[in-house]
Design a protein around this ligand. Structure first.
Ligand code: PHE
Ligand code: ZN
Length: 863
């Protein structure tokens, strides 16, 4: 174990086992904001009641607040500060507490609490931002009814929004005006929000299934109004979907969404007033890709669904975060699947899980979906909590079946409405409504690490019996050396190796022991195993299937997801072997890709996903010691071979998909996707006209999907058109920050030899700033996943990331800490790289004034 030199004392660790109910409750709070960018006054009046018999003082969380005055029941009192908290010793059981503080939103670079963004004033309170606005028991199990009064300069801030329903507004002298909002639903402080600014709304009226009218508004700057139709439509579709699929109706008279440019995450589900990163609202064909359009619909749905899974039923404490996030991701994934192709959606979600969550689960920051401890809760908004959390909900849905699952969610919502619940409450509801025992299944909440399943099948020709042997193991993770077997719902089916016909129906095998055997009867030919169909369990499956068997399954499996998986496994096996031997045997992959590419029965979106090679990092995840250069070479060689050997097929696919005018339909999206994938292969094959083709696509495009697709291909190449396209793109979109993000990101992901130098240069570009999280992620975040460039043997990539993180930590620790994990993967690399990575982690830790966020990520990454 390394000795870690740090500049500051280690922050304290919070443990789940230490949970205690709140000492004091706050049934009501009245807030008055006198808003101005440089100095905002906040006056809060809390009605507090003692919770149970105890004599502990009232402790109100505060972060960087100085009380200007404190009164109890109208009388000024003396108070005590403990760190940032305000502590009041109180006799009696019920009081009215008033505090006053002053804030400076325009200097709030953390983007937590009340801050300024693009001329607006807005708030972000999850998880612990409310304590940066006023003194309050800032924990999710203290639910209060909020009334909010705002006053502000009318010319600069003509629109004043807060949670709940508007109850009054008026003008004051001196050019100021006021507005009052009341939220009738008791809520935790993390759901508080207000927005003040010069905004216009795209409006609509939604009639709920019980006939109530809801006024919808998507609020943006006037110039952005034409880019809000897609988000508004997604909102209406989500509202209807939640009524139909979960029986959940909206409950206030208004639902507002505001788009802001500076935001730490994707969006926030504040009650009745969602606040969004503008990248998840603004779209038109000229500036947003199909991927952006899909992301907008998914995030709008996600935040809307939180109104029930998160707001009406909230979390008891932050260890239960996956209760709202895992469930809500599952809900938004199901929603998106229902809007387009479920198979393609599943492929995208699994690819995301493998890119972000599997590495997390295999690294130093691994944690269960319900963690046992944290230093800084902001660090736990992870792929594990969100995406693995969603997989755990999905497994319960699979185990129970649709009807019982719905009965379980109904019971959960009814029983816990208006309360702060736990993951255990959710599982118990499923158990009760589903009449199922989930005791062992609960291990998914407590054990970290991705289970590994091995499967092998043997066949007796004479008896027609096949025997499937399954085994599982969960790897050790930090703090959890020994693991018990998990409950793994595995959908499987056998196919004949000669006929390709299914040998019997699909079966759901629930593997709950370390080993199990499954017998199949009536198996008339050698069977091929299709396993974990639809990715029914979030596990790694190892089989002894040959390249030929995988190729055969990729053509004959009746589950499109399983076909994709067979192809991926074949590509992965081929690449891993090529890295090991230095020479690739590409024949099976080329034949399988050709087959899929030319199968007229398949839709283009599916083909495009199926023929893509696994990412360099995913190949690395299969290896004991990652060799980024060898992986890059092996993958490029396979891409080149595929490009050359199937050149006429790629060209045919490219020509067949030249769609007409832009339409956002599943078929047109699939066409565009396949077109750009084909272009990439034509270029990889080295065709002499590839750059010309790409540039023509770039120039002729009537939509961002085609334009960016062509730019990606050009950017990784060496043609003259490359520089021209980057310049044209930059000049065309110089005043559109969301599109400029793409310009930075495309270059940060480039596979050129000079990618690292280019990224260092881009960090000095006049349009680069760490102050905007989207921009920081577009360059620094994207670079961290460019495996070859980041892991440059010189160590310059590591130094670059550490430099940026140290600088960003001073402005915005939350966003900085999220970008650190690539440096923590040193155990998976050779000793030279590992030493360089560790040195940067040590350098980060030795930085004076390091945030708690960064300390936790960096110190855990060294363990
Ligand atoms: N709760 C938000 C969501 O997933 C995410 C978020 C967390 C946003 C913290 C801001 C701050 O929907
Ligand atoms: Zn969420």
């Amino acid at each position: 174990m390394d000795v870690i030199a740090t500049a500051s004392p280690a922050p304290t660790t919070i443990h789940r086992a230490d949970y205690r109910p709140p000492d004091w409750l706050v049934p009501e709070i009245a807030l008055e904001f006198d808003l101005a960018p440089a100095a905002t006054r906040v006056r809060a009046t809390l009605s507090v009641t003692r919770n149970g018999a105890h004599d502990r003082p009232l402790r109100l969380d505060g972060d960087a607040l100085t009380p200007l005055s404190v009164t109890v029941d109208g009388a000024p009192v003396s108070w005590e500060m403990d760190g940032g908290d305000l502590v009041l010793a109180l006799g009696g059981d019920a009081h009215s507490i008033t505090t006053e503080v002053e804030l400076s939103p325009e200097t709030n670079t953390q983007l937590m609490g009340l801050y300024a963004s693009g001329g607006l004033l807005c708030t972000q309170c999850e998880a612990e931002g409310f304590r940066r606005i006023t003194f309050f028991p800032d924990r999710p199990d203290v639910l209060a009814r909020y009334s909010v009064r705002m006053t502000a300069d009318k010319a600069r801030f003509p629109i004043l929004l807060a949670n709940g329903d508007p109850v009054g507004s008026g003008n004051l002298d001196d050019g100021r005006h006021w507005a009052e909002w009341n939220d009738p639903f008791p809520k935790p402080s993390y759901l508080f929000a207000l927005v003040a600014g010069d905004l216009v709304a795209n409006r609509s009226t939604f009639v709920t299934r019980s006939g109530r009218e809801v006024q919808l508004g998507i609020w943006v700057r006037a110039a952005d109004l034409p880019k809000t139709d897609h988000a508004l439509q997604a909102l209406e579709t989500s509202m209807r979907w939640d009524e139909q699929v979960y029986g959940r109706e909206y409950d206030l008279d208004v639902f507002n969404i505001v788009a802001v440019d500076d935001f730490n995450f994707g969006a926030m589900e504040n009650k009745g007033l969602n606040i969004f990163n503008s990248r998840y609202i603004l779209a038109d064909p000229d500036t947003a890709t199909d991927y952006d359009y899909d992301g907008i619909a998914a995030v709008v749905a996600h935040e809307y669904f939180h109104n029930w899974s998160g707001n009406r039923v909230t979390c008891r404490d932050w260890f239960q975060l996956s209760l709202k996030e895992g469930f809500t991701v599952y809900r938004d994934q199901s929603f998106s699947a229902d809007q387009g192709s479920p198979a393609v959606k599943r492929i995208e979600d699994v690819r995301g899980l493998r890119a972000a969550q599997f590495p997390e689960d295999a690294g130093p920051l691994a944690h269960p979906i319900r963690p046992d401890s944290y230093m800084e809760i902001s660090n736990f908004y992870t792929a594990t909590i969100y995406n693995k959390g969603a997989e755990v909900i999905r497994m319960m849905a699979t185990l129970l079946g649709a009807q019982k699952f719905r009965a379980g969610t109904d019971l959960y919502f009814d029983r816990f409405d208006g309360t702060a619940a736990t993951c255990e409450d959710f599982v118990a509801s499923m158990e009760e409504a589903g009449d199922t025992d989930l005791s062992q299944f609960r291990r998914w909440y407590s054990q970290a690490g991705t289970p590994r399943v091995t499967a092998s099948i043997s066949h007796e020709q004479g008896s027609g019996r096949a025997l499937l042997t399954l085994a599982q193991a969960v790897p050790p993770t930090p703090g959890q050396p020994d693991k018990a077997p998990m409950v793994l719902p595995l959908k499987l089916r056998l196919f004949g190796s000669e006929t390709g016909a299914p040998l019997g129906p699909e079966r759901l095998v629930v593997l709950s022991d370390a080993r199990a055997e499954v017998v199949f009867e009536g198996v008339s030919e050698r069977p091929l195993l299709s396993i974990n169909r639809g990715f029914s369990a979030p596990v790694i499956v190892e089989t002894d299937r040959s390249a030929a068997d995988l190729a055969f399954l990729s053509a004959h499996d009746d589950d499109p997801f399983a076909r994709y998986e067979a192809m991926q496994q074949l590509m992965l096996d081929t690449l891993v072997a090529a890295v090991a031997t230095g020479r690739g045997d590409h024949a099976a992959v080329i034949a399988a890709v050709k087959n899929t590419l030319t199968d007229a029965k398949l839709d283009h979106a599916f083909i495009a996903e199926a023929v893509l090679l696994p990412s360099e990092s995913f190949v690395g995840d299969q290896m004991g010691v990652v060799d980024p250069d060898a992986i890059f070479r092996a993958r490029e060689a396979l891409r080149r071979d595929l490009g050359q050997r199937l050149e006429s097929e790629w060209r045919a696919a490219y020509d067949a998909t030249r769609a007409g005018a832009f339409a956002y339909t599943p078929a047109a999206k699939g066409d565009r996707r396949l077109k750009t994938v084909a272009l990439g292969y034509i270029a990889a094959g080295g065709a002499s006209d590839a750059a010309h083709l790409a540039f023509r696509q770039f120039e002729a495009a009537d939509n961002m999907t085609d334009r960016q697709g062509a730019l990606v291909t050009l950017t990784s190449g060496t043609s003259d058109e490359r520089v021209a396209a980057l310049d044209i793109f930059y000049n065309r979109y110089a005043d559109n920050p969301l599109v400029l993000d793409k310009w930075f990101q495309v270059q940060a992901l480039s596979s050129r030899d000079d990618a690292l130098a280019a990224v260092e240069e881009l960090a000095r570009h006049k349009d680069f700033t760490l102050a905007n999280p989207n921009r920081a992620r577009a360059l620094v975040g994207a670079f961290g996943v460019n495996q070859r460039a980041f892991h440059d043997l010189s160590g310059r990539g590591y130094r670059f990331l550490a430099d940026q993180l140290i600088a960003l930590d001073k402005l915005n620790p939350q966003t900085a800490a999220k970008l650190l994990p690539p440096l923590g993967r040193w155990k998976r690399f050779d000793v030279a790289r590992a030493a360089l990575m560790k040195a940067e982690l040590h350098r980060i830790l030795a930085t004076p004034g390091l945030s708690k966020d960064m300390f936790e990520q960096a110190s855990k990454s060294l363990d």
